[in-house]
Ligand binder design. Structure first.
Ligand SMILES: NC(=O)C1=CN([C@@H]2O[C@H](COP(=O)(O)OP(=O)(O)OC[C@H]3O[C@@H](n4cnc5c(N)ncnc54)[C@H](OP(=O)(O)O)[C@@H]3O)[C@@H](O)[C@H]2O)C=CC1
Ligand SMILES: CC(=O)C(=O)O
Ligand SMILES: [Mg+2]
Length: 583
């Protein structure tokens, strides 16, 4: 019996595809044996992009557009990234929040092809072996268990859309090679009963494993990943309870949690600019947070760090925060057992008073800052917004929950209620609008401004761990990345269309912090000036406009030199002979 042939996964797994790229010149088509299989014209990117954008416009719903872009990535990865990098503002909402939220909800319905790796509880004991099935060398993975997908709850393995979307942004925003990324979803069961009963659901039907079982599984997985790819960077994403793994692995592996640390950094980055714009010194701010989960606490902890750098003591900084969760104001005497991560910010100065209404808490605290990380769409209603407008000249209001349906308010609602004075950032994008003859653009406080640079910085410096200083450096670097026009227009975040430039600045900050902490493993980078380091970073970024990796060295060489024509002929002969033999 002959040995079963392994399917050509490198082609199927959407990372080196492009065989039918209509920009391939004849020599490449011959080499790939696709000559004659695509129409004869060799097309420019401009023509290809025109067709793609027309096709996209023909799709009427966001999910159809998502599916089209998924198909494009699977069939022509470089064209997909050319299109994405040229249209990042328009396309990001279709491959990331908000559309990726709907895609995850409907994942088992719309699934057509493998795009990542799924590991299940019953694979325990064999994880290292299964990693060998992945056909590429990996530099970075995004790892979820699907248990808190955006603000949409536990979606089990349907959460795979998130690692895929985040890693597409790693490639588009920070130029990490697409074939060096691994979307990874672990199926440790799901607490979502409706999913378990859905015949189309593609995960296991078991309930969620215990915390102890999860730890055992992750211990094995972390060891397996680093055994297989020793310098791998591991980003945890959208875990319902991300704190135990962060604490357990952050000093022993090159890992970080994007929802706790990336979100903290991106919000501090915009917050530094918002504090400047508010005209109120750090010591006089007071913050109300709706939502005391991983993101809320992650953000507040990093703002504490910022306040300390602004001259406050840790105690003064900590006491500026009032958290409101599903049981009201988080206090030490509330009568329930507080989750460990909430204790640091729990109030002890409420004199026995419990606040069950956000509106009343705002009257009591008179905050300058209102943050939403609650998953409760519309929670910042007109009453709340007008209160913030009365209390402040320039209220800082950040409704950060994703996707858009979970945003605590819209940009328009915040602008109208504050007569355009709001300093605003939301997790998902909102359109610009006109108010009193002024054109106002909302900030997008989304960790996509920092995680690509954190990842690339860790990869290029070969950091042994991702330190808190590296995370904080990403925030500071982001805050300095705005250009003159953006500053003059009062923006809190740079234009997303400049994200690759911004990622270079963030990456440099992350690498410098790694060097200061002594966790880097590329000593040559230490002696580079900032300009030299920027050049080094850019040189190492994947550029989809400069890619013909699938054609092989021989043809690349032919294409690169006019004198290659002779070789091309030889090669064409070889191709013809080979093909004849094949036929
Ligand atoms: N903009 C960005 O870059 C990011 C945005 N996010 C978004 O932040 C949101 C929260 O994420 P995360 O912190 O990880 O989620 P969690 O589930 O950990 O936390 C949600 C928090 O909201 C609270 N909450 C739920 N319902 C209510 C309610 N009715 N009234 C008041 N509080 C309520 C919960 O209270 P309790 O603790 O009592 O259950 C909990 O504290 C998500 O929508 C996510 O998409 C997350 C990361 C990045
Ligand atoms: C943006 C993100 O990481 C989240 O909403 O979970
Ligand atoms: Mg997330």
């Amino acid at each position: 019996m002959s040995t079963p042939q392994r399917p050509d996964l490198t082609r199927q797994l959407s990372t080196t595809s492009g065989d039918f790229d209509t920009s391939n010149p004849p020599e490449v088509r011959k080499y790939l044996r696709t000559y004659g299989l695509t129409p004869p014209n060799v097309e420019s990117f401009e023509v290809q992009a025109q067709r793609c954008l027309k096709l996209l416009a023909m799709k009427t719903t966001p999910i159809e557009k998502f599916q089209y872009l998924t198909h494009l990535r699977a069939t022509n990865v470089h064209l997909f990234y050319r299109l994405l990098s040229e249209n990042v503002k328009e396309l990001t909402p279709l491959i990331y929040t908000p559309t990726v939220g709907e895609a995850c909800v409907r994942w088992s319905e719309i699934f057509t092809q493998p795009e990542g790796l799924y590991l299940s509880w019953h694979d325990k004991g064999n994880l290292r072996q299964i990693l060998d099935n992945w056909p590429h060398d990996v530099e970075i993975t995004v790892l979820t268990d699907g248990s808190r997908i955006l603000g949409l709850g536990d979606l089990g393995v349907n959460g795979m859309g998130i690692p895929i979307g985040k890693l597409a942004l790693y490639t588009a925003c920070a130029g990490i090679r697409p074939d060096a990324t691994l979307p990874l979803t672990v199926d440790l069961g799901t607490g979502n009963k409706a999913l378990r009963e859905d015949p189309l659901y593609m995960g296991s039907r078991r309930p969620k494993v215990t915390a102890e079982e999860e730890r055992e599984f992750l211990d094995e997985l972390m060891a397996a990943l680093t055994d297989k790819w020793p310098s791998i960077v591991i980003q945890f994403e959208d875990w319902k309870n991300p704190f135990p793994s962060l604490e357990r692995y952050q000093n022993t592996y090159t890992m970080f949690n994007d929802d706790v640390q990336g979100t903290g950094a991106v919000i501090v980055g915009g917050f530094i600019n918002a504090v400047k714009a508010s005209g109120i010194p750090a010591k006089d701010h007071r913050a109300v947070f709706l939502g005391a989960g991983s993101a809320g606490v992650g953000v507040a902890k990093q703002i504490v760090e910022f306040f300390i750098k602004e001259g406050l003591t840790e105690e003064e900084a900590r006491r500026k925060f009032y958290f409101f969760d599903s049981n009201g104001l988080v206090t030490l005497d509330r009568g329930d057992k507080l989750a460990e991560h909430k204790v640091y910010f729990a109030r002890d100065d409420n004199n026995g008073r419990q606040y069950q209404s956000l509106s009343r808490l705002i009257d009591f605290v008179r905050p300058t800052i209102l943050m939403g990380l609650s998953t409760i769409g519309g929670a910042f209603n007109h009453d709340i917004l007008t209160k913030m407008a009365k209390l402040n000249d320039k209220p800082i209001i950040f409704p950060l929950s994703n996707p858009s349906s979970k945003s605590e308010c819209t940009f328009e609602e915040a602008v109208r209620a504050t007569d355009g004075r709001v300093l605003f950032a939301s997790g998902s994008p909102f359109p610009s609008l006109e108010h009193n003859g002024k054109y106002l653009t909302p900030g997008q406080g989304n960790n996509m401004y920092v995680f690509p640079g954190i990842g690339l910085g860790a990869i290029l410096s070969k950091a042994v761990s991702v330190t808190q200083d590296m995370i904080y450096a990403s925030a500071e670097s982001l805050s300095t990345s705005l250009n003159k026009n953006e500053v003059a227009d009062g923006w809190l975040y740079p234009d997303i269309r400049r994200i690759r430039e911004v990622s270079v600045i963030v990456t440099r900050g992350v690498i410098r912090a790694a060097q200061q902490n002594g966790v880097d493993r590329v000593p040559e980078l230490r002696t580079l000036s900032d300009a030299q380091l920027d050049a080094y970073i850019k040189e190492h970024m994947y550029d989809p406009f400069n890619e013909r990796e699938n054609v092989g060295d021989e043809v690349a060489q032919l294409l690169a030199t006019a004198s290659g024509i002779g070789n091309a002929k030889d090669f064409t002969n070889g191709y013809t002979n080979g093909h004849a033999a094949h036929l």
